[in-house]
Design a protein around this ligand. Structure first.
Ligand code: NAP
Length: 234
C-alpha cells in the first residue's frame, strides 16, 4: 500500500496515539484538528513524514477544499470529538448542533471529499464510544451520535464496497488526556465495574484500531474495547 494514513482528530488523544504508531512505522501520516498551526505543531512533534491540516468538522462545507491536496489514502480514521455535556433541561442548542454536525455530517463530508483517493483496498475506521450503551445525565447528544456511528458503519459498508468500514467503541480510556486527571473516586468506581480490574489504555485502543484497519476480513464491525465493562454479572 502506497497511500497515506489520514487521522481526523489526530492532534490529540486516541487519534494522535494512532498517528504516532503509524509514523513510527514509517508511514505517511496526515493529522487534522480545528486549527492549522496547532495541527502543524502536532505533526512536527509526531515526526517522520507527518503533516498537519486544520479544518472544522462542524463547518462541513469547508472540508473538501481543505483536503484538496491530500493524495491517495490507504487508511482514513475519523476520531474527532467536541464533548457536549448537555442536559435537556438546560439545553445548549449550539453545543448540541456542533457535536451532531461534527460526527454525523462532518465525518461523512470527509469520506465524500476523499472518496476518489480511497482505493478498493482502503479502509475507514470511525470512533464511537460506550456512552452509546450506557447513558448518563447530560449524554443525550454524545449517546445519540455514538449510536449513529454504529448505524453509519452499515450504510458506508454498502455504499463504499469493496472498501472496508469499521468502528471502535472504547470505554473510558484511563490514560487518555480527557480522563487522565479524573477524580480518584470516579476512577475507582469505574475500575470496580471493569472485569479486568483496570481501565483500558490508549495503547490497547491503538492495537484494536490497527486490527480493524489492517485485517482485510474485518468489515462492518462495531468493536467494543472496554475490558468487559459492558458485561453484566448474573
Ligand atoms: N478518551 C476516551 O476515553 C474515549 C472513550 C470513548 C470514546 N472516545 C472516542 O474516541 C475519539 C477520540 O477521543 P479523545 O478523547 O482521544 O479526543 P480528544 O483528546 O478530545 O481529541 C479530540 C480531537 O478532535 C479534534 N477536534 C475537535 N473538534 C473538532 C472539530 N470541530 N473539527 C475538527 N477536529 C476537531 C481535536 O483537534 P484540535 O483540538 O487540534 O482542534 C483533537 O485532535 C472520539 O471520537 C471519542 O468520542 C474516547
Amino acid at each position: 500500500m502506497a497511500g497515506s494514513v489520514v487521522i481526523v482528530g489526530g492532534t490529540q488523544g486516541l487519534g494522535r496515539e494512532l498517528a504516532q504508531s503509524y509514523a513510527d512505522d514509517g508511514r505517511d501520516v496526515v493529522v487534522t484538528g480545528r486549527n492549522q498551526a496547532r495541527a502543524e505543531a502536532a505533526a512536527g512533534e509526531i515526526g517522520g513524514s507527518t503533516r498537519g491540516l486544520g479544518f472544522d468538522l462542524a463547518d462541513p462545507h469547508s472540508i473538501k477544499e481543505c483536503l484538496a491536496d491530500v493524495g491517495d489514502v490507504d487508511y482514513l480514521v475519523l476520531a474527532a470529538i467536541e464533548r457536549d455535556v448537555n442536559k435537556v433541561a438546560e439545553y445548549d442548542i449550539d453545543a448540541a448542533i456542533r457535536l451532531a454536525t461534527l460526527k454525523l455530517v462532518g465525518y461523512n463530508a470527509v469520506v465524500h471529499a476523499l472518496l476518489p483517493r480511497l482505493g478498493e483496498d482502503s479502509a475507514i475506521l470511525i470512533y464511537g464510544g460506550l456512552a452509546r450503551d450506557r447513558p448518563y445525565p447530560g449524554s443525550t447528544t454524545v449517546t445519540a451520535v455514538n449510536g449513529a456511528v454504529t448505524s453509519m458503519v452499515g450504510t458506508l459498508v454498502i455504499e463504499l464496497a469493496p472498501r472496508r468500514v469499521n468502528a471502535l467503541h472504547p470505554a473510558i480510556v484511563g490514560d487518555s488526556p480527557q480522563w487522565v486527571n479524573m477524580p480518584d473516586e470516579r476512577r475507582e468506581s469505574l475500575i470496580a465495574a471493569t472485569p479486568i480490574g483496570r481501565l483500558v489504555t490508549m495503547a490497547e485502543v491503538v492495537g484494536a484500531a490497527r486490527f480493524l484497519l489492517e485485517n482485510k476480513a474485518m468489515n462492518g464491525v462495531n468493536l467494543t474495547v472496554d475490558g468487559g465493562w459492558l458485561v453484566k454479572p448474573a
